[in-house]
Design a binder for this molecule. Structure first.
Ligand code: B12
Ligand code: SF4
Length: 475
């Protein structure tokens, strides 16, 4: 069957649609003909949509929705209207059913499907489900048999239960569908995944919703083979695409051992999102030997009561230990703070900033406000405060946004909108902190249309964006 896969993410620096690269292997293995319509670099999306529909005559169109919005308090860019427009263009040129998927989609699939007016959706992993969907379409089977599928019935959207993919049974990841070289030149890094899902209970996080609450592991040797396939294309700097690379810890260690065994450790550099704990000297040494160039830890807060309220399983002492271990092993690292969550006060903010100064990460990302997502504990707390419509602690799209589809942020009442000014005051010009607002003297920590980053990458910079920004004169 002819399947047109569309990348609707036009944000710059450009991040490759890895989801489509992975999906492609499964679709080809199932005997389908596929074509990529990558709108990321398109100068004329209308013309490119028309040309692709005319020349390829798709039977099905799949559109990946990586980000619904920028999840950034001072940006609040909402991408779904743009994606809806792309669906409108597609409809002008093809009658093929349009299926949505992707991590952004999977956080709130029914609401995104409704907003964009798509025919179908696949929530969560796409490999088996999309192949199953195409099979059902071809053979006229009932939609109920397709795992993860959202479909319309009697005017309502129905969602089938999810079925986890056994990652060891997927076809080898060739990374050959997307133009990874071009993305590397424009985006400075390539993503790779070593597992899916996160079992942790953090109260605000969308990852367990989108990726599942049980972790499914890639065979470590397959991860090394995937990195080798990208290296053969000239791509040598990477970023993990797991929710947290070091959860579970032994799998991360095994992936590193395989990278070292494959002789890649000295040839590649990679960055990871990690939880601050578990992290010890053995892990740091192994990471380093396997090519780890930097780690972005989701630290959230330096105040233990805040960490406990956010249901994070580590404390401020752990942040100090992890920082020390990184420094001892020469691993660059950043701590990401989430400011303004339930219970945050001027004092807890002060404690967080002071701890960062003490433990000295290479830089500190400051995210203001908690992006609320349906299905999280924070959303339940917000609802328990009454109708979200009139909730004064919600900022952003607080009206007509009952399902939290548009970007909306909770900020603790003790701070409210003053949080930005208070944070700025506490940071007191320390260039290691990425402040929440764009200004001439501070790098912009929002990677949405970040011209400074785009230019640095065009000039040859490679790596995680926080590291590029930090090296661009932050210190
Ligand atoms: C790694 C990462 C980054 C790295 C990317 C590194 C790289 N080179 O790839 C960096 C740090 C650069 C980054 C930046 C940003 N990120 Co980010 N990122 C991630 C992370 C952890 C992994 C993304 C990924 O590639 N996953 C692996 C792929 C294989 O999974 P997938 O896309 O879901 O694909 C599968 C399925 O969804 C499905 N599928 C995918 N497409 C399709 C299409 C069809 C038709 C079908 C049927 C199925 C299907 O099949 C695939 C295989 O099973 C995710 C969270 C997560 N765990 O996924 C956040 C995440 C996607 N990021 C997010 C955000 C907000 C951003 C930024 C906008 C932040 C900012 N303001 O700067 C930028 C955007 C950058 C850009 N240009 O798009 C949010 C999006 C939330 C939302 N509301 O949409 C997420 C979910 C994090 C979070 N929990 O909030 N990110
Ligand atoms: S914050 Fe990290 S550890 Fe917590 S649920 Fe999200 S991905 Fe998992």
């Amino acid at each position: 069957m002819n399947v047109l896969l569309v990348n609707a993410n036009t944000m710059k620096p450009a991040i490759a649609p890895i989801g489509l690269d992975y999906l492609a292997d499964a679709l080809v293995a199932a005997g389908h003909d596929i074509q990529l319509l990558d709108l990321c670099f398109s100068d004329d999306p209308a013309a490119d949509v028309a040309a692709a529909c005319r020349s390829f005559a798709p039977r099905v169109v799949g559109v990946t929705v990586r980000n619904t919005d920028d999840c950034y308090f001072s940006g609040q860019a909402f991408f779904l209207p743009e994606i809806k427009q792309i669906l409108g263009l597609l409809r002008q040129h093809t009658d093929a059913p349009i299926v949505l998927g992707g991590v952004g989609f999977s956080i709130m699939p029914a609401a995104v499907m409704e907003f964009c007016g798509a025919d179908f959706g696949i929530a969560g992993e796409g490999e088996m489900a999309f192949v199953g969907f195409l099979d059902s379409l071809q053979r006229g089977l009932a939609w109920e048999t397709v795992p993860n599928l959202l479909f319309r019935e009697n005017g309502a959207i129905r969602q089938n239960p999810a079925k986890p993919v056994n990652l060891s049974q997927l076809p080898p990841r060739r990374r050959a569908f997307v133009d990874n070289r071009r993305y590397f030149a424009a985006g400075g890094q390539a993503g790779f995944e070593s597992k899916r899902g996160c079992a942790m209970p953090c109260v605000y996080c969308a990852e367990p919703i989108a990726k599942g609450r049980t972790t499914r592991l890639m065979p470590p040797a397959a991860v090394a083979a995937e990195l080798a396939a990208l290296l053969a294309q000239g791509v040598d700097c990477f970023h993990t695409c797991d929710s947290e690379f070091n959860l579970p810890a032994e799998h991360a260690r095994e992936v590193c051992r395989e990278i070292i065994r494959a002789g890649l450790g000295g040839k590649i550099r990679w960055y990871a999102y990690c939880a601050p704990k578990p992290f010890d000297a053995e892990m740091a040494a192994l990471f380093k030997r396997a090519g780890c160039a930097g780690i972005d830890f989701g630290a959230d807060s330096g105040n233990d009561a805040m960490l406990s309220r956010l249901k994070r399983p580590f404390r401020s002492d752990d942040l100090a230990d992890t920082a020390r271990i990184c420094r001892e092993h020469g691993i660059r690292f950043m701590y990401d703070l989430l400011l303004g969550g339930p219970g945050e006060t001027r004092e807890t903010l002060r404690e967080s900033i002071a701890l960062m100064r003490r433990v000295e990460p290479d830089c500190v990302g400051l995210s203001i406000g908690v992006r609320i997502y349906d299905g999280t504990t924070v959303a339940q707390w917000v609802r328990s405060e009454g109708d979200p419509e009139g909730n004064p602690h919600l900022h952003g799209a607080s009206r007509g946004n009952g399902k939290f589809l548009k970007p909306v942020f909770y900020i603790a009442p003790a701070l409210g909108r003053d949080i930005v000014a208070v944070t700025r005051e506490l940071v007191a010009g320390d260039p290691r902190f990425f402040l929440p607002e764009v200004s001439a003297d501070n790098a912009n920590y929002n990677y949405n249309d970040n011209t400074a980053l785009v230019q640095a990458i065009a000039a040859g910079a490679r790596g995680a964006y926080w590291d590029i920004l930090s090296r661009m004169g932050q210190r």
